[in-house]
Design a protein around this ligand. Sequence first.
Ligand SMILES: [Zn+2]
Ligand SMILES: [Zn+2]
Length: 306
Amino acid sequence: MYLLLCLSVFAVGYLANMVMITVCYHRGLAHGAVKLSPLTRKLVIHLGLWITGLTPKAWAVMHRRHHEYSDTPKDPHSPSNVGLWGVMAAQAVSYYRTMEGLDAKDPEFTRFAHGLDFDHTWAHNRVVRTLPYVLHTAIAVGIFVGFDAFWLGLAYFVGLMSHPIQGFLVNSLGHSVGGRNFETTDDSTNNAVVGLVVFGEGYQNNHHAYPRSAKFSFRPWEFDAGFVACVVMEAFGLLRIDYPQLIPDRLPVASLTPEQPAVRDLEPVLVQEFVAADSQGAQGPRPAQLAPMPAEKVAAVSRRVN
Ligand SMILES: [Zn+2]
Ligand SMILES: [Zn+2]
């Protein structure tokens, strides 16, 4: 019974944290893949910091910079710059630098704040930004001391404040370990385990190929719990999914070009899949299996860095 209570408390905290970060901050504020209702947006702006320990504006700006400079030297948290384990420190340092950059109105940061028309300077204060951690630590210690329930207090704290671990898993393994469905100009990968644990966020390759899609999964066996949360929240009128921007169900037929006849011959099954593609997907990125473009990748990356 005690174990069940601990698991339930952890699950509720983790669900609240995940919905706030992956649905509201990421798919909502950073990419506009879902449009938050006025009420949801207000709750996110005023409550987000207290549920996640992260301010929505700084998080969204840092994340947009990650997409802009993905896996180049200016990426805020790329394993190709700092190594797998270095991502943990890099994401924390980058987050605080983002807050300072926004407060100083540094164009390198403010130019990524379009559409984030709310002031969050107050939350960047050195004292204020630690308060969510102080609050949740105090509650956890209160549970431990008051009810002599160490594991329950720990379940409460970890459920709500595990964002550094989630971020580490996504930003390190999601850019180094796993397969790729699409040829993108970064090192993004699809990591099913991280995808399962962090509500679809492990499918970084799919996401970098279609950043405005509310759905991060592509193959039938890929599961994105974050998108399920979007669908449920839409049913309750809390947000609206941008359906035309969704990742297509099939690989795009238009990505086959006349210059690739040999690839057509080699991949008959995939070609079949392409023929079933819808016109929406025809505008999408090339599938990785059919279009390995190392030279173009290098050119694109150096273009973005310079
Ligand atoms: Zn990424
Ligand atoms: Zn993103």
